[in-house]
Write a protein that binds this ligand. Sequence first.
Ligand code: PMP
Length: 479
Amino acid sequence: MPIHDLLQASWLPSAEAKPVTGGAKVLDHPRVYGTVALTAAFAAGILVTLGFKDCYPELENRYQRRRNRNLSRSNGDFGVVVPTANRVHRESLIFGPVRLEDHEEVTSNINSSFDWVEGIEGCIGNTPLVHIRSLSEATGCIILAKAELLNGAGGSPKDRVALNMIQDAEERGLLVPGRGDTIYEGTVGSTGISLATLARAKGYKCHICMPNDMAIEKSQLLHHLGATVERVNPAPITSPDHFVNLARRRAREHEAAHGDGSVGFFADQFESTANYTAHVKTTGPEIYRQTGGQLDAFVAGAGTGGTIAGVAKYLKEEKNLWDTRVVLADPQGSGLYNKIRHGVMYSSTEREGTRRRQQVDTIVEGIGINRITENFESGRVLIDDAVRVTDEQACRMARWLVEHDGIFCGSSTAVNCVAAVVTAMKLPKGSRVVTLLCDSGNRHLSKFWKQIGDMGLENDTQAQAEDLFAELGLEELKR
Ligand code: PMP
């Protein structure tokens, strides 16, 4: 019998439904009549409840969305959801106070508190310390890497430096937001990308001078970030057209060229102490906290030298970790290795007439240099040792990290990891070695990763190499 009829039968008995004797229809019998009516009411109740339960979460969702929109408008924020405490119970005219049971639990987990950072600069720092399993297994030590590629502005440790240089300049009144001021810098890429990102966020323009032999994706990225980019031919640092000297000159020319009251600020990452102090203030303390101060070695390459100097200063001078070895990871062609090992700045590839490219003769970008900068010098005496890494070792390490750990890194990271392995093998088993994942392989597709492909390291037999030391040509280090 259709529900409609049942309901009618129970609630609106008609004259024909009166009980009669003999030959009576089922509905005419009073007990049967009552049972059917009760069953019908019960069934109807279940159906209504089920229907309400189905559409209730959607109604609740809509209500919350509308309420949050109104609230966030009146708070002037960007749609941050109000804390759940305000919406656990809600009065309903029909049902009284409504408890948002399982459905409420889901939404409250997502939006249980205000948790935001202030702008893109809030995404800088506090990067994870990653255990690299394959390197630890191979060396018998604990190899950890600070994932600096996760810094959220420009995706490298230079985010910390760019932010500190801008804040330092603002404090000294050298930069004023919204005045049309321009930040000028000479960089091989990473610092420029961090500066360009933060410049926009903080109300400045950015002008980058870089060597034209760096991976093209870096200057494309700078362009998309709204920076003016000048790619220049390789020149010695003594030349006025070296990319760093050009950036300094452009900053000096700014006022005359613009005449609108805005100024040009030369960030000067190689010589500015706001570079290494960024690492004294943030990277060093983070590493100390993440390891509980238990680290036997810190390994890093040097471009400006800001990272290795800043971290070394914090760990040794401020935390008295004088037993922690600080080791420079240096690519082929750089003079720093000899400076640390032998006290003289010399690389055979730098002999007069033999230099092929801008800074150092290597495919590696971001680290390796043939002059002593203020930043490197400020921590030089704290560096205990240096490891020289060839381009081939760097390429093989990068490929190894993808294959064994799923880590897709740039060239300076690969150099760091080779040097971390060499350092670990000179320490007792179980020692802790910390290095850096500087930037992602995405920035190095057209050069470094192309070279890796050209070397055949991505074809099947090569990709499955299982002996790290044989891969790196370091069999003599095996325990
Ligand atoms: N890795 C990359 C990718 C870099 O760009 C740089 C900086 N040029 C470094 C490492 C080295 O950092 P620092 O300048 O602090 O020595």
